[in-house]
Design a protein around this ligand. Sequence first.
Ligand code: CS2
Length: 403
Amino acid sequence: MTPRILHIGVGNFARAHLADYTQDAGGWRITGVSLRSGKVRDGLRAQGYSYGLAVQGQGIKQIDVLDEVLVAPEAPGAVLAQIADPDVHIISVTVTEKGYHLTSENTLDLDDPLIAQDLAAVGPRTVIGFLAHGLAARQTPVTVLSCDNRANNGDVLKAAVVTFSAEARLDMGQVQARFPNCMVDRITPATTDALRAETGDAMVVPTEPFREWVIEDHFAGPRPDWPDVVFTDEVAPHEMRKLRMLNGAHSMLAYAGTLAGHTYVHEAMADPALRAQARALMDEVARTLSPDMQKIAPSYADALVARFDNPHINHSLRQIAMDGTQKLPYRMVDSLRALLGEAPALAAGIRAWLAFCRAEVAAGRPPEDPKAEAIVQIVDAGGTEAQLLSLIGAEDLARSILE
Ligand code: CS2
């Protein structure tokens, strides 16, 4: 049998990253899972699960590594069966930050309505519920690979699944699962209608030429021979480099750039004040990195600036601005804490988020964020900045942020 990856969350990022690497490796196939709607499945199925990857400057690369996409709400039993299937050696996950349903301390949020429902009902709906129930029925070793931007993504996913299983009283005694951490990187914006029209491909994915993947070498079984992947015992230093420097600067640009009237990352980068602030933030957070990463930080920052400048990647600031309460803790708050609050560019970035939240609510547009309701409530009730900061676990840093 051909070895398979079961991939949960078949959005643009996974189609530009995991699928691209796996096709290059050869010998493996991917079965996709959509947790919510059938939109991606319908689009891909109509074209035989093949789609173009529009790599900027390199033309279209046809990706043919997907066999099918299961839509979980339509066929939860089929998804559970796949998780337990011995030909599936890797279950990879890109469900974005909020898909993990964690508290700001990175533990499973048992008060989250979807998690509470998964614990109460028979059929799971969250990735955590699916993994717990599916793994409980599995007899052979498996690797669960979180490919989302979160610090210690494998560890926190494992902890969430363990907590869920205990709450649900699932017998996990036989489970042989490993959850390596990994750092993923490829700037992959949303597909535009213009690109669809130009390529004649409804499911085309635009991406940049750069891609990076660093994975903890901690697999339970076989894995594809992914080219250019760094396998290491220590992912954390790489993860911090990428999440704090790239994603931290991205989020700062998203909030400050939107407030300044810009639409895309490259436009914000053409604004001298924002450009200087992005670079200052990268240099500032570089001081929180491991000695090895500090050595490469200046050239890494130069490369990030060049990637952000790319005028052919129309990466919308509003797309990055989404889900700030889920992103800011690992993108900015962790580094500000590591720098004992002494980081003016980071503090300014967090103030931009505060101002963005207030501006959005004032404009009658609640931010796209799982905590939007709380944000609106605080702003409408004339709440303080410290109250908003508590939503990203940063109330203790209020003085450094607001000074
Ligand atoms: C971006 C990321 O949308 C966002 O929040 O910061 O998706 C970013 O483009 C990727 O992490 C790059 O690898």
